[in-house]
Design a protein around this ligand. Sequence first.
Ligand code: NAP
Length: 316
Amino acid sequence: MDKKTDKVFDCIILGGGPAGLSSALYCARANLKTAIVDISTLGGTPFNYCEIENYLGFNKIEGSELCEKFEQHVDNFNIEKFPFEEIQSVDLVSAIKKIKTLDKELLAKTVIIATGAKAKKLGVKGELENIGKGVSYCAVCDGAFYKDKVTAVVGGGNSALEEALYLTRFAKKVYLIHRRDKFRADEIIQKRVLDNKKIELILNSTIEEIIADKKVKEIRIKNVLSNKTTTLKTDGVFPYIGLEPNVEQFIAQVEQDKQGFIKTDCAMKTSVEGVFAIGDVRNTPLRQVITAVSDGAIAGVEASKYIINQKEAVVK
Ligand code: NAP
């Protein structure tokens, strides 16, 4: 049964990653009755990043340490937290928005969507059935299982190259498989990869199949220029081929782009009044911790302005 409440929050933030925590800080400092709902613990995906070296003020910091600092900061304010709550449905369109989880119905005047994005799947035979048996989307979580083993990372962006470098701490060899011969990762990361003797580049190639016998043992790869197929022995496969937004509950309520990322203006406003989207879930040109927290600050201030305007409209 739903635990219904008459309490109406000024702002409910969906997602407790860097974007969500930053918006919570700004909402709380604007004296808004604020809540954060997250399917898991607070902290978000940077918990899974090994090292972050492009967050201003820190030369290098572990993703988990930075997230802990964010949480500790937010803990100084009166913010209600609802961790481990799976959102079942939302009504964003009504003046008072409703968020239903398995056992709660929460009400709010404004909602900030900060649900982030998840790893895209390769969509090849042997991928889904071997998750946990050699296929992983988190080098930081699983890298230590590959001590002196061989792994393959797929992708050419920052994530693939950074995680390939991370895996060299454990694995004796890391294949980096990319469908083109040019990477889109930052130049500085590309140089580190090229300088690392444990990483072997397999360019212009895609994975066609992941072959396992209880555990992953090899992959079939295709050279996209010659169409030639070969097999490669590997103990693990780490696809890092980009992100897709966590938007399942919001479909048809807020406007999204072709990939599903939520469209916003520069004030983080979505197509629905009183609803904002921030961080990786929105159609932003840059997905970094620093841009996520910046989005959060803007949305917190805009949510506060929205509530003041609503109050003034009622008085008039
Ligand atoms: P990304 O930048 O979108 O890169 C995805 C890579 O996967 C691309 O190289 C792409 O190839 C390849 N790819 C896409 N679909 C594929 C498929 N079906 N089969 C094979 N390869 C495929 O994604 P990301 O690296 O996960 O990064 C996501 C965002 O987070 C980016 O904005 C990134 O800058 C950011 N990020 C930043 C940091 C950092 O600043 N330290 C760290 C991690 C992530 P093409 O190049 O051919 O398109």
